[in-house]
Design a protein around this ligand. Sequence first.
Ligand code: CMP
Length: 139
Amino acid sequence: AIERTLSIIKPDATRRNLTGKIVAMFEEAGLRVVASKRIHLTPAQAGAFYAVHKERPFYGELVEQMSAEPVVVQVLEGEGAIAKNREVMGATNPANADEGTIRKSFALSMGENSVHGSDAPETAKEEIAFFFSGIELVG
Ligand code: CMP
C-alpha cells in the first residue's frame, strides 16, 4: 500500500551539509518528499517528540542533540514507505548498519545517527501530525 512516514534529518547531518545526499538516497529508493521544512527544535519540542523514550538513560542526551542545531523534517510517501525508509536508513546503531545505508555512510554514533524515521503506521500518523498540518502535505 502507499504509505507516508515522518523522516528527520538530524543536526549531525544538517551541520555537515548532508541534507541533499540523504534526500537523494530516499528519492532513489522510490520515496517522494511530499512535505519538507528546516526547523530548530526547542528542548521542550524535542522532548515532547521523543516522550516515548522519557525513562530511557539516553533521553537527556537525545533531547540535547536534537535541539542543538536545525533539523529537516519531511514526510516521505511511497509503496511501503515506512519499511522502505527504515531499510534506507539502516540500523539505529551505525555499527550494525548495512553497507550502502544512510547510517552506515554518515552516522557518527548511536545518538548522532543522522536520521530518524517512524517505526509503524500508528507512530507515522502521530509523528506527521506533530510537525505538519494537512494543507502542508502535497502528494
Ligand atoms: P531515533 O530513530 O531517532 O529514535 C530514538 C533515538 O535515540 C535513536 O534514533 C538514537 O539516535 C537515540 N539513541 C541513543 N542511544 C540509544 C539506545 N541505546 N537505543 C536506542 N536509541 C538510542
